[in-house]
Design a protein around this ligand. Sequence first.
Ligand code: ATP
Ligand code: MG
Length: 441
Amino acid sequence: MRRSAYFLPTLKENPSEAQIVSHRLMLRAGMIRQSSAGIYSWLPMGFRVLKKIEQIVREEQNRAGAQELLMPTIQPAELWKESGRYEDYGKEMLRIVDRHDRGMLYGPTNEEQITAIFRECVKSYRELPQILYHIQWKFRDEVRPRFGVMRGREFLMKDAYSFDLDAAGARRSYQRMFVSYMRTFARMGLKAIPMRADTGPIGGDLSHEFQILAETGESAVFIDRALLATDWAGREVDYSSDLSPLVDELTGHYAATDEKHDPAMEKTLGDRLLSARGIEVGHIFYFGTKYSKPMNAAVPGPDGTPVLVEMGSYGIGVSRLVGAIIEASHDDAGIIWPEPVAPFRVGLINLKPGDAKCDEACATLYRALADDVLYDDRDERAGVKFAEMDLIGLPWQVVVGPKGIAGGTVELKRRGAAGGREEMTLDAALAKLASTRPGRS
Ligand code: ATP
Ligand code: MG
């Protein structure tokens, strides 16, 4: 993409409404525009990141054996009356009346709807287990929408639902999702820590929130520092094996959100206890027959008697992740995208558009890098171009200037703390970019 043609309305000044760095940077980098409180339009640059995150989530759900479908955003009120949540959900639910006076609502989540699909379609225990998911917009009329896309009213969520014949099966489905969440967040360059979370009346140990540590996080969290040293990235998983040992290993260190934390246990940790703030990027939950019972989602079991299905639900905040990744990865100059979610992998800066040699070198690079490159071909001061490239945070920058090109070289820069810049030939730069390209894990 040529910068001169790209729809990228960046801002020079810090927007005063933004209280945290990710919100500030998303507005400044031309990723989003607010429509009304907690409701945003995604501009091309932001939309590319959102789609990349969504795709990683999708690939890891599929790998774990979940199947994608798509349910509507608008749901009938009757379904929620069946489960009893129509009254319980309160003011967070946006209720709508259609022209026939039928009660509708904009879905804040989809347990009822998926349970209705399940009970209409599944006729035998032989069709179990199933894990179904969709990636769809949700609406929750949050009391205090804030921090940009981190606590929006309209937001994109991946929500999966598991159906099993018994509690042991439900535990296996839960473990699949648990492990797929570890892979999903690691692929985005995030260290997400699974923490014991409230299970409500169900009890047991099958509820975890996945939290990213960040000062601006809304949750208080308590963890064993040993967790910071563990490295999950790149681990292979065989989903057909028993996942219990792996889940036990991943939950072996103390980590709890404030509803679940245990001061007595924390005392024994001494200096190893870290009390910090976290951003919740995912939540997985086993809830047994909470919905199947009132909604009568049962299948005939092996001996013909109906069995209520055991269910769980598994959410990931896809749009919240865009902000969370920026909270975890930025510096004073701007965003530092982890490669797998970067809107473009490379920013190409032509320091002297109109100079035949610079233009030619840039044209070669632009062709070779194809869809991965944002090419700043504008007739702007170098300082302006550098500042903008740093702000939008593409992982690599290639700078082409008349002095270098006269000697046959360009400059290759790595954005971020690992940093580094090198003068090299154009071919060497392309070779290096090709060899460092992250494999599709
Ligand atoms: P929170 O405690 O942050 O309100 P929640 O417990 O209501 O979250 P879930 O119902 O478990 O959230 O939804 C699954 C995921 O959706 C959350 O882990 C979070 O990442 C994301 N999410 C929830 N509410 C919002 C929101 N208002 N804006 C953006 N993302 C959200
Ligand atoms: Mg909430």
